[in-house]
Ligand binder design. Structure first.
Ligand code: HPA
Ligand code: ZN
Length: 328
């Protein structure tokens, strides 16, 4: 079995961040939107650093203007993921980019994305669940209607709530109202922390937002007591090594803490974050983990099982995906 065909469970992707540049260029051309400035001469996304990346990301999102565009996006993204062996994927979706946080408009976007996911499941044999995220640098007040959108559409397809965006904007506790709203609706929770912030950001996120999973969390490696706490609590990290290396949130692959986090007893999973932005795919992640840390079948099975156990999905889906992992 090749790295490409090995089955993979991926928990941390941003839906719009999975859009191939050619897909975004196509939408821009259809709508006569000039976003040529966000591309390099070779057609890849162009940006200088993480803050600039967020701006380029938002510029790319301006081409996605209605539920039908999101329908097409989901189909394109899942076809690509399935071609890299992904059997189950979770993607962050943002009402802020889909109707501006209005619940009625958001419902139409969710219906379109869910219909596309059902078609993609039949065509490409991949399951998608979506996690509503508020955008941290839009501030705590914007997070409240986003959490309401999440709670109102929580069900078979929208299965969790979280927070993305600029990690250093405010403290986790500033967003407690939105996370409380989602938790009270019964939603499982995740939040980006410890990618740019230190271990204190991870610790505060766990304490103030009571999340089950942390997006990235790599800087927890700097605090042994926190590692012990996370290992004991079973906190799951959505680690995105290729993203970290590309954005320089960590050193190179050899310096990346993913193996040291595992050695400390923390449950880790592997994801791509925004694959075309960071020049990666799940195949590339697996290849680099094998090459850098000597990972083999058992290690890949371990991270897949961690991901499946921590997936924000119903038990029927979990059982179905478990069977696909067994038949690898
Ligand atoms: N990190 C944080 N926020 C984001 C990202 C990311 O990789 N992609 C889109 N929003
Ligand atoms: Zn992310």
């Amino acid at each position: 079995m090749t790295y490409r065909t090995m089955p993979k469970v991926e928990l941390h992707t941003h839906l719009e961040g999975c859009a191939p540049p050619s897909f975004i260029r196509g939408l821009a051309a259809e709508k006569s939107i000039d976003i040529s400035g966000i591309f390099n001469a070779d057609g890849t996304y162009a940006y200088r650093d993480f803050d600039h990346f967020l701006k380029v990301y938002e510029a790319a999102c301006t081409t996605l203007q209605g539920p039908q565009d999101f329908y097409r996006l989901v189909k394109a993204v899942l076809e690509e993921s399935a071609s890299h062996g992904v059997v189950y994927q979770e993607a962050f979706v943002s009402p802020d980019f889909c109707g501006g946080g209005d619940v009625a408009a958001w419902r139409d976007y969710v219906a379109a994305m869910e219909a596309a996911a059902a078609e993609a499941e039949a065509e490409f044999n991949i399951t998608l669940k979506a996690i509503v995220t508020c955008i941290r640098h839009f501030g705590p007040d914007a997070a409240k209607p986003t959490a309401l959108c999440a709670a109102e559409t929580f069900g078979d397809f929208i299965t969790g709530f979280g927070m993305a965006g600029g990690e250093l904007a405010g403290r986790p506790g500033d967003f407690a109202y939105a996370f409380d709203q989602a938790r009270e609706a019964g939603m499982p929770l995740t939040c980006h922390a410890g990618e740019w912030g230190g271990p204190d950001m991870v610790a505060d996120t766990l304490r103030d937002l009571k999340v089950q999973r942390i997006g990235h969390g790599i800087n927890a490696i700097k605090d042994p007591a926190l590692l012990e706490q996370m290992a004991e609590a079973g906190t799951v990290l959505e680690v995105c090594p290729g993203s970290n290396v590309f954005l320089k949130a960590s050193g190179g692959w050899a310096q990346h803490p993913i193996q040291r986090l595992r050695d400390a007893g923390v449950k880790v999973t592997v994801s791509t974050d925004d694959p075309p932005f960071f020049g990666t795919t799940m195949t590339h992640e697996f290849e680099m983990l094998a090459k850098t840390f000597g990972w083999g079948d058992e290690d890949f099975n371990d991270v897949n099982q961690n991901a499946l156990a921590a997936a924000f999905c119903d038990d029927e889906t979990r059982t179905k995906i478990a069977k696909r992992l067994e038949n690898r």
